[in-house]
Ligand binder design. Structure first.
Ligand SMILES: [Zn+2]
Length: 391
């Protein structure tokens, strides 16, 4: 049994947005009240109030504040669980002796999600999610949901609304597969496999990145404190979220397909030095910059690429574990310098896209690296499997 979360965009109507916002505000109020009660009890009497103490008060709260009847009771219980969790973390910090600091109250518009922990929600066949006390909201189901939906969380991110389904997946064991693959992650291609094929960043994703970069630059030119700057900050945040969501979806799809196809996946370990390596821009005699093979990615964009690689490896690792398949990480040293044909090490500039060796081996640089990565992975696996020799 494994857990998996699916996140989808919601398209609430104006009226539904109003209801959702209203519900979040009530949830925030309840959360803050729950914290307050716990803080007071702790400060005045050193008492610990439990989740159940507070949950038992919900009927009384509904009697006095009738509007709380318009919120699904499990959603309210979940808010109290959040407060409980925050306090447990606080006590854990106290125990560790770190400066504790009480759990903080949530300010207006800073309570951004509610959860239906068991029921009160359903998914219809015409792509809508029905939420008790809120209504039926249009949803964009861009991925197939596998497993049983356990909880349903509605999230506000900036001006967008999302639903996250936490699922439990009864893992059907995949058939044993002896296919192995070496995977070289790069800038030009997202990944190059040892069979020479590549996984490309989707076009819409690159477009989103470019837009983000443009907005980021425009933000940098805005005067501090100005209304224009505030607007630009919002735009950047929105573009950022969009890119992050697209990236996650792409990485899910790419990792799904690798885990389906291979019994062993070998990656290079990502290292800080490895992550920041980037071709230096070349200058010609006139001082003009020449294209250097990998599109000159820098700053924010570069960090997004790095985060993508780490996330991809993480997705592959847990999915492989669930499917009973293997992922190995090897030392990235020499993987792009060694010849996959004869093993000779030959220093290459990062801008050199082609691997050409005296032994006659001719192939794409990343393809050569992917073959080396696979070979290293196989030898590591061999070492793991060979029985220890006792003298
Ligand atoms: Zn060679």
């Amino acid at each position: 049994m494994s857990k998996q979360a699916y996140k989808f965009r919601l398209y609430p109507t104006r009226k539904q947005i109003h209801t959702l916002t209203w519900t979040l505000e009530r949830a925030r109020e309840l959360y803050n009240a729950a914290l307050q009660e716990r803080r007071d009890a702790y400060r005045m009497a050193g008492n610990h109030i439990t989740y159940y103490d507070q949950a038992n008060q919900l009927p009384d709260i509904k009697a006095i504040r009738e509007e709380y009847r318009d919120i699904h009771s499990q959603v309210l219980q979940d808010v109290l669980r959040k407060a409980d969790k925050a306090f447990k973390a606080f006590f854990a910090r106290c125990k560790r002796g770190t400066t504790p600091g009480f759990p903080r109250f949530k300010g207006r518009n800073h309570f951004d999600s509610i959860t239906y922990p068991q029921g009160g929600f359903s998914l219809t066949h015409d792509s809508r999610v029905c939420l008790s006390k809120i209504g039926s909201i249009k949803i964009k189901l861009h991925r197939e949901i596998k497993g049983t939906i356990k909880t349903c969380t509605i999230k506000r991110e900036g001006e967008g609304w999302y639903v996250v389904f936490a699922c439990e997946v009864e893992q059907e064991p995949l058939e044993v597969c002896h296919e192995a693959v070496g995977i070289d992650l790069g800038l030009l291609h997202f990944a190059t496999l040892s069979d020479g094929s590549t996984i490309e960043n989707p076009r819409y994703y690159r477009k989103g990145e470019q837009k983000l970069e443009r907005l980021q630059q425009s933000l940098a030119r805005k005067k501090r404190g100005s209304a224009r700057r505030k607007k630009a900050v919002k735009q950047v945040a929105k573009a950022h979220r969009k890119v992050a969501n697209q990236r996650r979806d792409f990485l899910h799809k790419a990792s799904d397909s690798l885990v389906q196809s291979y019994g062993l996946m070998v990656f290079e370990e990502l290292q800080p030095a490895h992550m920041s390596k980037r071709p230096k821009p070349k200058q010609d005699a006139n001082g003009t910059y020449l294209p250097n093979g990998a599109a000159a990615k820098g700053g924010l964009n570069k960090s997004i690429v790095d985060a993508g690689w780490a996330m991809f490896q993480q997705f592959c690792t847990y999915k492989a574990a669930n499917a009973g398949r293997d992922v190995l990480f090897v030392n990235p040293r020499y993987t792009s310098q060694s010849c996959s044909g004869c093993g000779q090490v030959r220093k290459k500039e990062l801008s050199e896209r082609w691997h050409s060796c005296e032994c006659g081996t001719e192939l794409d640089r990343d393809h050569n690296a992917a073959i080396n990565i696979l070979a290293l992975g196989r030898s590591v696996q061999g070492n793991l499997r060979s029985p220890a020799i006792h003298g």
